[in-house]
Design a protein around this ligand. Structure first.
Ligand code: ADP
Length: 251
């Protein structure tokens, strides 16, 4: 762990009634980087994200978040619903936007997600909030779609809207589960460019299978295999590793 660590996963073990999904996993994620967790199915990637967002309890070990201007926060043992309030967002594979609301209404809803839907829709956003929403929509290339119904967006645009909805809450970390799933090559590439643009605003943790995507944008890659860290480093180092080629890339 170094001074620029934003998240420290320390000796985490998860035992599901005798089945060990994670065994003494150590990972330090650096602030404002794009950090990937890769590995074959069943390697423990989702379980690790579940540990970070306190959905799953660790049998042993700790996970600590180091916010920029606050004291460290121990995530293990916290209530899951409190994690977002701490500044950690998570986006699942399938986009979950409100299809009958416009892009801007989705953004306002996310900004005011502690209010009811109707309060959120009629909530008058401040000039500052409007500026921030516009900047985020511009970063994800949806500013010109602001008044369109989210349901009319292409699959990729819905994913980008959901990322924008996370960003409006000003998280310090966002976790994305296969953000390019179901996208063609050009959309996948554009998703990567969007994420590169936003990493100066927050740290991005991604679970992914598409190695071209990993190559395009990763700062650090942790390879998991059978619940353990097999290797960690930059993408070239990981791809050059013989064991990774055998167990993960099937070469
Ligand atoms: P990945 O995301 O890398 O595919 P997971 O983290 O989903 O892997 O799962 C790791 C292992 O833990 C798998 O073998 C899975 O079947 C098992 N597992 C995950 N969740 C549970 C659970 N709630 N109870 C029992 N076993 C689980």
């Amino acid at each position: 762990m170094t001074n620029d660590t934003v998240l420290n996963i320390q000796d985490v073990t998860v035992d599901f009634d005798g089945f060990c999904a994670l065994l003494r996993v150590n990972v330090a994620v650096k602030r404002n980087t794009i950090h990937f967790f890769i590995g074959p199915n069943g390697a423990g990637k989702t379980t690790l994200l579940d540990i970070i967002c306190a959905k799953t309890k660790a049998t042993d070990g700790e996970c600590t978040f180091y916010p920029e201007n606050r004291s460290p926060v121990k995530l293990t043992g916290m209530k899951e619903y409190k994690i977002v309030g701490e500044g950690i967002g998570r986006k699942f594979q399938v986009p979950s936007v409100f299809v009958n609301l416009s892009v801007i209404e989705n953004m306002v809803l996310s900004l005011k997600d502690n209010k009811s839907i109707w309060q959120s829709i009629f909530y008058r956003i401040s000039k500052e909030e409007e500026k921030s929403i516009n900047e985020i929509l511009e970063a994800v290339d949806l500013l010109d779609k602001k008044d369109e119904k989210a349901g009319s967006l292409a699959h990729g645009q819905k994913q980008w809207l959901e990322i924008a909805m996370q960003l409006v809450q000003k998280p310090e970390i966002i976790m994305l589960d296969e953000p390019a799933a179901g996208m063609g090559k050009p959309e996948t590439y554009k998703t990567g460019e969007i994420l590169k643009k936003i990493k100066d605003q927050c740290t991005i943790i991604i679970v992914e299978h598409d190695m071209d995507f990993v190559k395009q944008i990763s700062d650090c890659v942790t390879v998991l295999h059978e619940g353990k860290v097999l290797l960690e480093g930059d993408c070239d180092l990981v791809l050059a590793n013989k064991t990774v080629q055998e167990v993960y890339l099937g070469r």
